[in-house]
Design a protein around this ligand. Structure first.
Ligand SMILES: C[S@@+](CC[C@H](N)C(=O)[O-])C[C@H]1O[C@@H](n2cnc3c(N)ncnc32)[C@H](O)[C@@H]1O
Length: 311
């Protein structure tokens, strides 16, 4: 058997085992396992330039058995890509989802429309200098992320807008440890402030702080739906998923408290679940704390991001 045939046969065997175990994308996951544990580039593997060592095959076999017991691939590989960046992932944090990129894009649109960065600010290394001008902020915008988990939103926003002053909070110390690793991974440990807090709790105690933009992907799965979630999803932290009755408990609390922590005209952006937009629209219109309400759809046509401005 040639090295190429050996590689293809090995890959197909893994793919088949994943497929018969009910994994939805067996081909992609088989390739990911080989790439990750085999430490062979795709080109070398598919050209038959290199074959897998016996130790790599053993690791892949272990990973495969773990995967077939329902552990999500990202927890096995300990990594996940989000918005083109790599993140360290553990079972202490939610695995970043593609739909959350809609939230990120919308936050960037708001920042780039209402809080423009002076073009020169991006070119200056070290302590960045910001210049005030028409429609430009003298200092970068102040942003708060609620429920940062892996830190994927805070890191991605800061990479796109290095002028922003970012605070990212989470109620989970274990999640904050992972977020900190990701700040180091991206060299942002001095740029992003991590705070352990139950929503705005830590900021009621300290001096009153206020933000230009608050962004959050809160837990929003209705608690009654959790037992019926796929077994992979049930391996993710309950704290990251469980949004209480009808899934809007945390969303409602953020909507209630955020006006006290937003600057005048500041924006709140939140990811929400399928079917939640209409009840949220009624609440928001009724309590008159916000203006300019809109919902942004994800790729499947679901209202995925709620966007409002403080009155
Ligand atoms: C859906 S996950 C989002 C994680 C990450 N931002 C992302 O988009 O992948 C929600 C996060 O909110 C955190 N969380 C849940 N309840 C919270 C609360 N009351 N205060 C602060 N964070 C909370 C969870 O620990 C979890 O990390």
């Amino acid at each position: 058997m040639t090295p190429l045939q050996e590689n293809i046969l090995f890959l197909k065997t893994i793919e088949k085992r994943l497929d018969s175990g009910g994994v939805l994308s067996p081909q992609a996951e088989a390739e990911d396992l080989v790439r990750h544990f085999g430490r062979i580039g795709r080109v070398d593997f598919f050209a038959g330039e290199k074959t897998l060592r016996r130790s790599a095959k053993k690791k892949i076999d272990w990973a495969l058995r773990t995967r077939l017991k329902g552990t999500p691939l990202s927890y096995i590989l300990k990594e996940r890509s989000f918005s083109g960046l790599d993140f360290f992932i553990s079972p202490d944090v939610l695995i970043p989802r593609p739909e959350t990129e809609v939230l990120l894009e919308e936050a960037l649109k708001i920042l780039n429309t209402y809080y423009k960065c002076h073009p020169r600010a991006r070119q200056i290394d070290g302590p960045t200098v910001f210049l005030a001008g028409a429609g430009m902020t003298a200092n970068g915008p102040e942003i708060l992320e609620i429920g940062t988990g892996s830190g994927c939103i805070a890191v991605s926003l800061t990479c796109e807008r290095p002028d922003c002053r970012m605070t990212a909070l989470d109620i989970s110390s274990a999640a904050l440890r992972i977020a900190r690793k990701n700040l180091y991974l991206h060299g942002l440990q001095k740029k992003i402030r991590l705070v352990k807090s139950d929503l705005f709790g830590a900021f009621y105690l300290r001096r009153k702080e206020s933000w230009d933009v608050i962004v959050s992907n809160p837990p929003y799965v209705p608690e009654e739906d959790i037992p019926g979630l796929p077994r992979e999803v049930r391996k993710e932290p309950r704290l990251a998923l469980d949004g209480g009755h009808e899934g809007t408990r945390v969303i409602d609390s953020i909507l209630e408290q955020a006006p006290g922590f937003l600057k005048e005209g500041g924006w709140l952006l939140m990811e929400i679940g399928a079917g939640q937009s209409e009840v949220l629209r009624e609440n928001i219109l009724r309590n008159k704390k916000y203006k300019n309400l809109s919902f942004i759809k994800d790729a499947t046509g679901i209202n995925r991001v709620l966007r409002v401005q403080k009155e």
